[in-house]
Design a protein around this ligand. Structure first.
Ligand code: SF4
Length: 362
Protein backbone atom coordinates (compact mmCIF):
# COMPACT_ATOMS: atom_id res chain seq x y z
CA UNK A 1 0.00 0.00 0.00
CA UNK A 2 1.41 3.45 -0.91
CA UNK A 3 1.78 6.35 1.51
CA UNK A 4 -1.15 8.15 -0.14
CA UNK A 5 -3.46 5.15 0.35
CA UNK A 6 -2.35 4.67 3.96
CA UNK A 7 -2.89 8.36 4.74
CA UNK A 8 -6.39 8.35 3.29
CA UNK A 9 -7.32 5.21 5.26
CA UNK A 10 -5.87 6.64 8.49
CA UNK A 11 -7.79 9.87 7.96
CA UNK A 12 -10.98 7.88 7.30
CA UNK A 13 -10.56 5.78 10.43
CA UNK A 14 -10.38 8.92 12.54
CA UNK A 15 -12.92 11.11 10.75
CA UNK A 16 -15.60 8.92 9.13
CA UNK A 17 -19.25 9.58 9.82
CA UNK A 18 -21.00 7.00 11.96
CA UNK A 19 -23.46 5.45 9.48
CA UNK A 20 -25.32 2.14 9.85
CA UNK A 21 -24.36 0.69 6.46
CA UNK A 22 -20.70 1.05 7.42
CA UNK A 23 -21.17 -1.42 10.26
CA UNK A 24 -22.36 -4.27 8.11
CA UNK A 25 -21.03 -6.59 5.44
CA UNK A 26 -24.55 -7.49 4.33
CA UNK A 27 -24.70 -6.97 0.55
CA UNK A 28 -28.46 -6.35 0.85
CA UNK A 29 -27.96 -3.49 3.30
CA UNK A 30 -25.01 -2.03 1.37
CA UNK A 31 -26.92 -2.23 -1.93
CA UNK A 32 -29.99 -0.61 -0.38
CA UNK A 33 -27.92 2.26 1.03
CA UNK A 34 -26.14 2.79 -2.28
CA UNK A 35 -29.39 2.96 -4.26
CA UNK A 36 -30.93 5.39 -1.76
CA UNK A 37 -27.81 7.57 -1.76
CA UNK A 38 -27.74 7.91 -5.56
CA UNK A 39 -28.85 11.54 -6.08
CA UNK A 40 -29.66 11.91 -2.35
CA UNK A 41 -27.78 13.50 0.54
CA UNK A 42 -26.76 11.25 3.44
CA UNK A 43 -28.81 13.21 6.00
CA UNK A 44 -31.93 12.85 3.86
CA UNK A 45 -31.34 9.21 2.88
CA UNK A 46 -30.58 7.88 6.36
CA UNK A 47 -34.18 7.82 7.64
CA UNK A 48 -35.35 6.14 4.39
CA UNK A 49 -32.64 3.48 4.78
CA UNK A 50 -33.76 2.75 8.36
CA UNK A 51 -37.43 2.55 7.36
CA UNK A 52 -36.69 0.18 4.47
CA UNK A 53 -34.60 -2.09 6.69
CA UNK A 54 -37.35 -2.12 9.30
CA UNK A 55 -40.17 -2.80 6.86
CA UNK A 56 -38.18 -5.22 4.67
CA UNK A 57 -35.51 -6.86 6.87
CA UNK A 58 -34.48 -9.29 4.14
CA UNK A 59 -34.22 -9.15 0.38
CA UNK A 60 -36.90 -11.84 0.21
CA UNK A 61 -39.28 -9.58 2.15
CA UNK A 62 -38.58 -6.72 -0.26
CA UNK A 63 -39.01 -8.98 -3.29
CA UNK A 64 -42.47 -9.99 -2.04
CA UNK A 65 -43.67 -6.39 -1.58
CA UNK A 66 -46.30 -4.80 -3.87
CA UNK A 67 -44.82 -2.00 -6.02
CA UNK A 68 -47.29 0.52 -4.61
CA UNK A 69 -46.02 -0.11 -1.04
CA UNK A 70 -42.38 0.34 -2.11
CA UNK A 71 -43.20 3.57 -3.95
CA UNK A 72 -45.09 4.83 -0.90
CA UNK A 73 -42.10 4.15 1.36
CA UNK A 74 -39.88 5.91 -1.19
CA UNK A 75 -42.17 8.95 -1.38
CA UNK A 76 -40.26 12.24 -1.13
CA UNK A 77 -36.89 10.88 -2.28
CA UNK A 78 -37.50 11.59 -5.97
CA UNK A 79 -36.06 9.69 -8.97
CA UNK A 80 -38.73 7.04 -8.52
CA UNK A 81 -37.23 4.73 -11.13
CA UNK A 82 -34.76 3.86 -8.36
CA UNK A 83 -37.60 2.43 -6.26
CA UNK A 84 -39.10 0.48 -9.15
CA UNK A 85 -35.67 -0.89 -10.07
CA UNK A 86 -34.99 -1.75 -6.42
CA UNK A 87 -38.00 -4.03 -6.43
CA UNK A 88 -37.13 -5.60 -9.80
CA UNK A 89 -33.54 -6.24 -8.63
CA UNK A 90 -34.72 -7.81 -5.34
CA UNK A 91 -36.89 -10.18 -7.38
CA UNK A 92 -33.92 -10.93 -9.67
CA UNK A 93 -31.82 -11.94 -6.66
CA UNK A 94 -34.58 -14.22 -5.37
CA UNK A 95 -35.55 -15.73 -8.72
CA UNK A 96 -32.36 -15.72 -10.80
CA UNK A 97 -29.67 -15.99 -8.10
CA UNK A 98 -31.56 -18.35 -5.75
CA UNK A 99 -31.69 -15.70 -3.03
CA UNK A 100 -27.89 -15.31 -2.90
CA UNK A 101 -26.69 -11.79 -3.65
CA UNK A 102 -24.28 -11.93 -6.64
CA UNK A 103 -20.65 -11.44 -5.59
CA UNK A 104 -18.66 -10.21 -8.59
CA UNK A 105 -18.66 -6.80 -10.28
CA UNK A 106 -20.01 -8.29 -13.52
CA UNK A 107 -22.80 -10.32 -11.90
CA UNK A 108 -23.84 -7.47 -9.58
CA UNK A 109 -24.12 -5.22 -12.63
CA UNK A 110 -26.79 -7.55 -14.03
CA UNK A 111 -29.18 -6.28 -11.35
CA UNK A 112 -31.66 -3.67 -12.54
CA UNK A 113 -30.63 -0.14 -11.63
CA UNK A 114 -27.03 -1.06 -10.83
CA UNK A 115 -24.29 0.68 -12.82
CA UNK A 116 -20.50 0.67 -12.58
CA UNK A 117 -20.30 2.79 -9.45
CA UNK A 118 -22.85 0.79 -7.42
CA UNK A 119 -21.48 -2.58 -8.57
CA UNK A 120 -17.95 -1.55 -7.53
CA UNK A 121 -19.20 -0.26 -4.18
CA UNK A 122 -21.02 -3.52 -3.35
CA UNK A 123 -18.25 -5.78 -4.71
CA UNK A 124 -15.57 -3.99 -2.66
CA UNK A 125 -17.49 -3.32 0.56
CA UNK A 126 -19.44 -6.56 0.88
CA UNK A 127 -17.08 -8.99 -0.88
CA UNK A 128 -13.61 -7.29 -0.65
CA UNK A 129 -13.18 -7.27 -4.43
CA UNK A 130 -10.63 -4.74 -5.81
CA UNK A 131 -13.10 -2.71 -7.87
CA UNK A 132 -12.62 1.06 -7.65
CA UNK A 133 -15.60 3.37 -7.16
CA UNK A 134 -15.68 6.65 -9.05
CA UNK A 135 -18.33 9.03 -7.77
CA UNK A 136 -18.37 12.84 -7.76
CA UNK A 137 -16.14 12.94 -4.69
CA UNK A 138 -13.56 10.62 -6.22
CA UNK A 139 -13.51 12.65 -9.46
CA UNK A 140 -12.80 15.79 -7.45
CA UNK A 141 -10.07 14.27 -5.26
CA UNK A 142 -8.28 12.56 -8.17
CA UNK A 143 -8.53 15.54 -10.50
CA UNK A 144 -6.86 17.68 -7.82
CA UNK A 145 -4.28 15.19 -6.58
CA UNK A 146 -3.10 14.56 -10.15
CA UNK A 147 -4.01 17.98 -11.63
CA UNK A 148 -6.11 16.44 -14.42
CA UNK A 149 -8.16 18.99 -16.36
CA UNK A 150 -9.98 16.58 -18.70
CA UNK A 151 -13.72 17.23 -18.13
CA UNK A 152 -15.06 14.64 -15.70
CA UNK A 153 -18.34 14.35 -17.60
CA UNK A 154 -16.71 13.67 -20.99
CA UNK A 155 -16.27 10.10 -22.23
CA UNK A 156 -12.47 10.47 -22.30
CA UNK A 157 -12.55 11.90 -18.76
CA UNK A 158 -14.63 9.02 -17.47
CA UNK A 159 -12.16 6.55 -18.96
CA UNK A 160 -9.07 8.35 -17.60
CA UNK A 161 -10.46 8.64 -14.06
CA UNK A 162 -11.76 5.05 -13.99
CA UNK A 163 -8.34 3.72 -15.05
CA UNK A 164 -6.52 5.89 -12.53
CA UNK A 165 -8.88 4.89 -9.72
CA UNK A 166 -8.30 1.20 -10.49
CA UNK A 167 -4.52 1.68 -10.62
CA UNK A 168 -4.63 3.24 -7.16
CA UNK A 169 -6.73 0.44 -5.68
CA UNK A 170 -4.74 -1.35 -2.94
CA UNK A 171 -4.73 -5.15 -2.76
CA UNK A 172 -5.82 -5.14 0.87
CA UNK A 173 -8.95 -3.47 2.26
CA UNK A 174 -10.41 -2.32 -1.09
CA UNK A 175 -13.78 -1.56 0.53
CA UNK A 176 -12.24 0.59 3.26
CA UNK A 177 -10.04 2.42 0.73
CA UNK A 178 -13.04 3.14 -1.53
CA UNK A 179 -14.98 4.56 1.39
CA UNK A 180 -11.94 6.52 2.56
CA UNK A 181 -11.40 8.38 -0.71
CA UNK A 182 -15.14 9.12 -1.10
CA UNK A 183 -15.43 10.34 2.48
CA UNK A 184 -12.30 12.45 2.12
CA UNK A 185 -13.90 14.16 -0.89
CA UNK A 186 -17.23 14.59 0.86
CA UNK A 187 -15.88 16.00 4.12
CA UNK A 188 -12.46 17.52 3.41
CA UNK A 189 -11.54 18.04 -0.26
CA UNK A 190 -14.86 19.81 -0.85
CA UNK A 191 -16.02 21.64 -3.97
CA UNK A 192 -15.59 25.10 -2.45
CA UNK A 193 -12.35 26.14 -0.76
CA UNK A 194 -10.86 23.13 1.01
CA UNK A 195 -8.41 23.69 3.86
CA UNK A 196 -5.35 22.75 1.78
CA UNK A 197 -2.84 24.21 4.22
CA UNK A 198 -3.73 21.55 6.79
CA UNK A 199 -4.50 18.71 4.38
CA UNK A 200 -2.92 15.36 5.26
CA UNK A 201 -2.16 14.54 1.58
CA UNK A 202 -1.02 18.03 0.57
CA UNK A 203 2.48 16.79 -0.26
CA UNK A 204 0.98 14.51 -2.96
CA UNK A 205 -1.35 17.15 -4.41
CA UNK A 206 -0.32 18.56 -7.79
CA UNK A 207 -3.24 21.00 -7.94
CA UNK A 208 -2.06 22.53 -4.65
CA UNK A 209 1.51 22.71 -5.92
CA UNK A 210 0.37 24.40 -9.16
CA UNK A 211 -2.23 26.63 -7.46
CA UNK A 212 -5.04 25.03 -9.51
CA UNK A 213 -7.31 23.76 -6.72
CA UNK A 214 -10.12 26.22 -7.49
CA UNK A 215 -10.09 25.27 -11.21
CA UNK A 216 -10.50 21.52 -10.71
CA UNK A 217 -12.36 19.40 -11.50
CA UNK A 218 -13.42 20.64 -14.94
CA UNK A 219 -16.94 19.92 -16.10
CA UNK A 220 -18.44 20.70 -19.54
CA UNK A 221 -21.70 22.61 -19.57
CA UNK A 222 -24.77 20.42 -19.24
CA UNK A 223 -28.06 20.69 -21.09
CA UNK A 224 -30.27 23.70 -20.51
CA UNK A 225 -33.09 22.95 -18.09
CA UNK A 226 -36.42 22.81 -19.93
CA UNK A 227 -39.64 24.04 -18.36
CA UNK A 228 -42.92 22.08 -18.36
CA UNK A 229 -46.24 23.69 -17.46
CA UNK A 230 -48.69 21.50 -15.52
CA UNK A 231 -52.27 22.46 -14.70
CA UNK A 232 -53.65 20.09 -12.09
CA UNK A 233 -57.40 19.71 -11.86
CA UNK A 234 -58.56 19.05 -8.31
CA UNK A 235 -62.18 18.04 -8.90
CA UNK A 236 -64.18 18.30 -5.67
CA UNK A 237 -67.57 16.83 -4.97
CA UNK A 238 -69.26 15.15 -2.02
CA UNK A 239 -70.23 11.47 -2.02
CA UNK A 240 -72.39 10.56 0.98
CA UNK A 241 -71.34 13.90 2.50
CA UNK A 242 -67.63 12.98 2.26
CA UNK A 243 -65.45 15.16 0.09
CA UNK A 244 -63.96 13.23 -2.85
CA UNK A 245 -61.59 14.02 -5.64
CA UNK A 246 -60.07 12.22 -8.61
CA UNK A 247 -56.60 10.71 -8.77
CA UNK A 248 -54.84 9.16 -11.73
CA UNK A 249 -52.04 6.60 -11.75
CA UNK A 250 -49.21 7.82 -13.97
CA UNK A 251 -48.38 5.37 -16.74
CA UNK A 252 -46.27 5.59 -19.89
CA UNK A 253 -42.73 6.72 -20.40
CA UNK A 254 -42.69 9.93 -18.39
CA UNK A 255 -41.67 11.18 -14.97
CA UNK A 256 -43.22 9.68 -11.80
CA UNK A 257 -44.33 6.44 -13.47
CA UNK A 258 -46.43 4.38 -11.04
CA UNK A 259 -47.17 7.33 -8.75
CA UNK A 260 -50.53 9.09 -8.45
CA UNK A 261 -51.41 12.66 -9.25
CA UNK A 262 -54.48 14.66 -10.23
CA UNK A 263 -55.87 14.80 -13.75
CA UNK A 264 -53.54 17.05 -15.67
CA UNK A 265 -53.50 19.43 -18.59
CA UNK A 266 -50.03 20.26 -19.88
CA UNK A 267 -49.41 23.36 -21.97
CA UNK A 268 -46.40 24.58 -23.95
CA UNK A 269 -46.41 27.96 -22.21
CA UNK A 270 -47.90 29.20 -18.93
CA UNK A 271 -51.43 29.13 -20.39
CA UNK A 272 -54.33 31.45 -19.57
CA UNK A 273 -57.28 30.29 -17.44
CA UNK A 274 -59.60 30.54 -20.48
CA UNK A 275 -57.31 28.09 -22.30
CA UNK A 276 -57.54 25.70 -19.35
CA UNK A 277 -61.37 25.95 -19.23
CA UNK A 278 -61.52 25.04 -22.92
CA UNK A 279 -59.15 22.12 -22.36
CA UNK A 280 -61.25 20.85 -19.42
CA UNK A 281 -64.41 20.80 -21.54
CA UNK A 282 -62.64 19.07 -24.42
CA UNK A 283 -60.60 16.53 -22.42
CA UNK A 284 -63.27 15.47 -19.92
CA UNK A 285 -66.46 15.75 -21.95
CA UNK A 286 -67.88 18.47 -19.68
CA UNK A 287 -69.84 21.47 -20.76
CA UNK A 288 -68.86 24.82 -19.36
CA UNK A 289 -71.93 25.05 -17.07
CA UNK A 290 -71.25 21.74 -15.29
CA UNK A 291 -68.24 22.94 -13.31
CA UNK A 292 -66.89 26.03 -11.62
CA UNK A 293 -63.25 26.85 -10.97
CA UNK A 294 -63.33 27.91 -7.33
CA UNK A 295 -59.68 28.80 -6.93
CA UNK A 296 -56.35 28.72 -8.69
CA UNK A 297 -53.22 28.17 -6.62
CA UNK A 298 -50.07 30.24 -6.90
CA UNK A 299 -47.31 28.71 -8.99
CA UNK A 300 -45.46 25.72 -7.55
CA UNK A 301 -41.97 25.22 -8.95
CA UNK A 302 -40.47 21.76 -8.76
CA UNK A 303 -36.93 21.09 -9.95
CA UNK A 304 -35.92 17.84 -11.65
CA UNK A 305 -32.52 17.12 -13.19
CA UNK A 306 -33.21 18.44 -16.69
CA UNK A 307 -36.70 19.81 -16.18
CA UNK A 308 -38.45 22.39 -14.11
CA UNK A 309 -42.13 21.76 -13.47
CA UNK A 310 -44.24 24.89 -13.10
CA UNK A 311 -47.59 23.81 -11.72
CA UNK A 312 -50.89 25.40 -10.78
CA UNK A 313 -53.72 23.61 -9.01
CA UNK A 314 -57.32 24.41 -9.96
CA UNK A 315 -59.93 23.52 -7.35
CA UNK A 316 -63.01 22.69 -9.36
CA UNK A 317 -66.55 22.10 -8.07
CA UNK A 318 -68.45 19.65 -10.22
CA UNK A 319 -72.18 20.24 -10.50
CA UNK A 320 -73.12 16.59 -10.39
CA UNK A 321 -71.26 13.38 -9.67
CA UNK A 322 -68.11 11.82 -10.99
CA UNK A 323 -69.92 10.14 -13.87
CA UNK A 324 -69.84 13.55 -15.51
CA UNK A 325 -66.16 13.00 -16.12
CA UNK A 326 -65.74 11.05 -19.30
CA UNK A 327 -62.46 9.39 -18.31
CA UNK A 328 -62.27 5.93 -16.76
CA UNK A 329 -58.55 6.18 -15.97
CA UNK A 330 -59.48 8.32 -12.96
CA UNK A 331 -60.05 6.87 -9.48
CA UNK A 332 -62.64 8.37 -7.18
CA UNK A 333 -60.83 8.95 -3.88
CA UNK A 334 -62.05 10.29 -0.52
CA UNK A 335 -60.02 13.33 0.48
CA UNK A 336 -58.88 11.67 3.72
CA UNK A 337 -57.31 8.78 1.79
CA UNK A 338 -55.18 10.79 -0.62
CA UNK A 339 -52.05 10.38 1.51
CA UNK A 340 -52.27 6.58 1.32
CA UNK A 341 -51.22 6.67 -2.33
CA UNK A 342 -47.61 7.08 -3.50
CA UNK A 343 -47.52 10.73 -4.56
CA UNK A 344 -44.88 12.90 -6.25
CA UNK A 345 -43.39 15.37 -3.80
CA UNK A 346 -45.06 18.23 -5.69
CA UNK A 347 -48.54 16.78 -5.04
CA UNK A 348 -47.68 15.94 -1.45
CA UNK A 349 -46.55 19.53 -0.89
CA UNK A 350 -49.74 20.93 -2.38
CA UNK A 351 -51.91 18.66 -0.20
CA UNK A 352 -49.91 19.51 2.94
CA UNK A 353 -50.49 23.20 2.30
CA UNK A 354 -54.18 22.69 1.44
CA UNK A 355 -55.26 20.09 3.96
CA UNK A 356 -58.90 21.03 3.98
CA UNK A 357 -60.13 20.97 0.42
CA UNK A 358 -63.66 22.25 0.56
CA UNK A 359 -66.56 20.46 -1.13
CA UNK A 360 -69.75 22.36 -1.70
CA UNK A 361 -73.02 20.48 -1.60
CA UNK A 362 -74.51 20.35 -5.05
S1 SF4 B 1 -4.35 19.79 -0.81
FE1 SF4 B 1 -6.36 20.66 -1.07
S2 SF4 B 1 -6.99 20.12 -3.13
FE2 SF4 B 1 -5.27 18.81 -2.61
S3 SF4 B 1 -6.18 16.96 -1.79
FE3 SF4 B 1 -5.78 18.28 -0.05
S4 SF4 B 1 -7.71 19.42 0.25
FE4 SF4 B 1 -7.79 18.50 -1.80
Amino acid sequence: MTTLQKELINWYTLNKRDLPWRKTQSPYHIWLSEIILQQTRVDQGLSYYLRFIEQYPTIEALAAAPEQDVLKLWQGLGYYSRARNLLIAARQVVNEFEGQFPQTFESIKKLKGVGDYTAAAIASMAFQKPNAVVDGNVYRVLSRLFAIDTPINSSSGKKIFAELANELMPETDPGIYNQAIMEFGALYCKPGKPDCENCIVRQHCLAFAKNQVADLPVKTKTLKVKQRFFHYLVFLFPVNDICHTMLRKRVGNDIWKGLYDFPLIETETKGATTEIITAITENFGLNSTSFTIESVSPEYRHQLTHRQIIARFYQIQLKGNESLLNDNSLSLTPQAMLHQFPLPRLIDKYLSENENLYCKNN
